[in-house]
Design a protein around this ligand. Structure first.
Ligand code: V47
Ligand code: SF4
Length: 377
């Protein structure tokens, strides 16, 4: 095998195999990866790059699990631990809607003492007070926890949350699927089969979801390609994934980072991951360059290495900032659009489900705030 065989497959729109993926990881240079991935990106999404207006809500950081890569979690009795009140949660949603957000991204810890109804109540009250906000809530790890709390099936629970206002699932908790790695970095939480099953069930219930992969720690190329192939397999069955988001490990304040003296992956590795994901995940429509995690310059460059989405305004992000991210807490729409335009792409605001969002009195270059969306088609 050589790179020309892979180039021919990419040009013909043929699927790359596991071995092709390993070859790309081990032998392809960044320039070639970028060229190939950018051609796939263009074929799938033309000259458009997406962003959205969103806000994060982490209603508690107290967590029974101790994933060694996580700087966000807190022990039950630690001073760092918090649980937001209903009033604080509704205030956060009100603030999001006032800023023109279309999406609230809700994830958090698995609290030792909070009952199932508390998590359901978060979705219910936000939906009741702000029905226009799309609620992208809870990772597969959280759904698995709810099943452990109640003895009910995850399918049943997903159905109940959907009725309460759940809009879709974020892609977190996937980490690395291969047992050689998963057993070391997060041995107790939802295993790979559960993660994949829960996303399949969500898709079967008509809920879309995202997928992630945490890279740049102890995993090897083989583990990353295995991860991508598993996601691709499920997507073949359901078609329910919207976007893939590679997540670079941030070592600060984490056990894994300290014990193994790890550093954040380089920009070169970040761009390689974006490109390889674009090439392997031929049945995913979108690849997201999450600027909070990549940093703004690398996220902008990633738009030329296979990514067609730069995520959103974000606001109140905790997971990456607790682990050493020095990105700002928020990017304005004006800034997001400029990043995209500088790459020669057409910025398009999307809602969570990739419908285009139209706004009534848009003046992107003049202001920092955005108007409320009027129509989403
Ligand atoms: O599952 C936790 C990761 C994820 C660290 O679906 C870390 O649109 C790096 O999934 N260094 C949560 N990564 C975030 C996430 C996400 C983010 C943006 C958009 C979407 C989406 C999903 O963050 C966790 C874990 O894989 N993570 N700690 C860390 N120190
Ligand atoms: Fe808990 Fe999630 Fe952090 Fe793991 S990654 S310790 S499940 S908050």
């Amino acid at each position: 095998m050589n790179i020309n065989d892979i180039r021919a497959k990419v040009e013909a729109g043929q699927r790359l195999t596991f071995d092709d993926g390993i070859f790309l990881e081990e032998h392809a240079d960044l320039f070639t990866l970028g060229q190939l991935a950018d051609s796939v990106r263009e074929r799938k999404n033309g000259d458009v790059a997406y962003y959205n207006v969103n806000t994060h809500l982490n209603a508690t950081n107290v967590c029974v699990y101790r994933c060694v890569f996580c700087a966000f979690r807190a022990d039950l009795k630690s001073e760092k631990g918090y649980v937001m009140s209903d009033a604080q949660i509704i205030h956060r949603a009100a603030e999001a809607e006032k800023r023109g957000a279309t999406e609230l991204h809700i994830v958090g810890g698995l609290h030792h003492q909070l009952p199932y109804d508390w998590y359901l109540n978060v979705v219910r009250i936000v939906h009741q007070h702000h029905p226009r906000l799309h609620l992208k809530a809870y990772t597969a790890v959280e759904w698995d926890w709810f099943a452990r709390l109640t003895g009910r099936t995850t399918r049943d629970i997903l159905g109940e949350f959907k009725d309460a206002g759940l809009g879709s699932l974020p892609g977190g908790g996937a980490e690395i699927f291969h047992r050689e790695v998963r057993d070391i970095i997060c041995e107790h939480k939802a295993d790979t089969d559960s993660w994949l099953r829960i996303h399949r069930e969500a898709h079967e219930l008509g809920l879309r979801s995202n997928a992630t992969m945490l890279y740049g720690h102890i995993e090897k190329p083989m583990h990353r390609i295995d991860h991508l192939c598993k996601l691709r397999e499920l997507q073949d069955r359901t078609g329910g994934f919207q976007t893939f988001i590679p997540l670079a490990f941030h070592p600060d304040n984490t056990k894994l980072g300290i014990d193994r003296k790890l550093q954040k992956p380089s920009a070169i590795m970040d761009l390689r991951m974006i490109a390889i994901a674009r090439l392997m995940l031929d049945n995913f429509q979108h690849i997201k360059a999450y600027w909070v995690m990549l940093g703004i310059p690398t996220a902008q460059l990633a738009l030329s290495y296979g990514a067609d989405d730069i995520d959103g305004t974000v606001v109140h992000e905790k997971i990456y900032h607790d682990a050493g991210s020095d990105t700002p807490q928020e990017l304005t729409v004006t800034q997001l659009r400029r990043l995209i335009e500088e790459v020669g792409r057409v910025p398009k605001e999307r809602d969570t489900l990739y419908n285009e969002v139209f706004r009534s009195d848009t003046d992107w270059r003049a202001g920092e705030s955005v108007s409320l969306p009027v129509v989403a088609v």
